[in-house]
Design a protein around this ligand. Structure first.
Ligand code: TXA
Ligand code: MG
Length: 309
């Protein structure tokens, strides 16, 4: 075990906050069994007390100890996708305190795949509650530098793990009820899930979860989604200084332009860093070229819709 991981585990045991890399985004970790540590986590996040957080574990067995009822669907999904970018919502056991579930009778569980996250979980030996390591409502961090920018001295230690590979938050599937429900799309697609069991897309907002708030994951600069066929016209008509996120080559009329890949996974990997860059370009408006309507773009469309007004 590296000295840094040892120190991180000690900080967690003492009720402190450790930011760590996962394959999706960086998480802000606290001891999930400590009410005091969780209170500090919520304060630093600026997150309302009734919003639940995801709890991270070293193994599926550890994760399931936080649930009182584990349907076969949950075991099958865990076997197939853990460790990995999937969060399962299950009925909670008494080990999952109100201070991690936001007072709900369910809990979000995840076994991350990133080697640094796994080392930390093993060294700590318990459950680590970790929302994305940004302030409430802002774009999630995909590098350790993003975390430091957002949280500064409010976090006791930031573990370095390179840029997050997936780049957007985990797929969330609620398996606590009669039908599996997709609450948040992610790298594990509806298609992949559907090969294993029937999963419905959530249609109405039934549960409080901050990823479900309309404007979330948002840059400070106003951002607008524009269909491809209207992009050129919008740019031509623009009086403000604009920054653009698009698939095509930079247009010389535009001050700041980021070109994005046409592959959805590569796009997701770059998305949050790009939004941060566009946000700091000092423009008055961000125009985002809308990605295709096909299923493999579902997760990216979801995040862009929330980032734009
Ligand atoms: O990829 C991820 O999931 C990252 C990394 C750090 O693991 N974490 C993350 O956490 O995105 P957070 O807290 O920023 O988003 C968690 C989402 C929120 O929308 C939260 O409300 C929802 O999961 N959630 C957690 N527990 C839930 C529950 N019991 N029922 C419904 N939604 C829940
Ligand atoms: Mg978040």
């Amino acid at each position: 075990m590296s000295p840094e991981i040892r120190r991180a585990a000690e900080i967690l045991r003492a009720g402190g906050l450790v930011a760590f890399p996962t394959e999706t985004v960086y998480g802000l970790g606290a001891d999930a069994s400590s009410r005091e540590a969780m209170a500090r986590l919520y304060a630093v996040k600026g997150r309302p007390a009734d919003h639940p957080v995801i709890v991270h574990f070293a193994s599926a067995e550890d994760a399931f100890s936080f649930s009182s009822e584990i349907p076969q669907a949950a075991r099958t999904l865990a076997q197939r996708f853990w460790p990995g970018p999937l969060t399962l919502i299950l009925k909670r056991s008494e080990r999952a305190g109100n201070f991690v579930t936001g007072g709900q009778d369910s809990v979000g569980l995840r076994v991350p795949a990133h080697p640094v996250a796994r080392e930390l979980l093993q060294a700590f030996g318990g459950a680590i509650a970790a929302p994305s390591a940004n302030r409430f409502g802002r774009v999630s961090p995909t590098t350790a530098a993003h975390v430091r920018e957002d949280l500064g001295d409010d976090v006791d230690l930031v573990l370095e793990g390179g840029p997050a590979e997936v780049g957007i938050e985990s797929t969330i599937v609620d398996v606590s009820g009669a039908h599996a429900l997709l609450l948040r799309p992610g790298a594990i697609t509806l298609g992949q899930l559907s090969e294993i069991l029937p999963v419905r897309e959530k249609t109405v907002e039934t549960i409080r979860h901050s990823g479900g708030l309309e404007r979330h994951y948002a840059p400070r600069t106003p951002a607008r989604l524009v269909p491809t066929h209207r992009l050129d016209g919008e740019i031509a008509a623009m009086k403000e200084s604009i920054a653009v996120l698009a698939f095509s080559r930079p247009d010389e009329r535009v001050d700041f332009w980021i070109r994005m890949p046409r592959d959805p996974a590569a796009y997701a990997n770059k998305l949050y860093a790009a939004l941060r860059e566009l946000d700091s370009a000092g423009c008055e408006l961000i125009l985002v070229e809308a990605p295709p309507e096909s299923p493999e773009w579902l997760a990216v469309r979801d995040r862009l819709r929330r980032a734009c007004e």
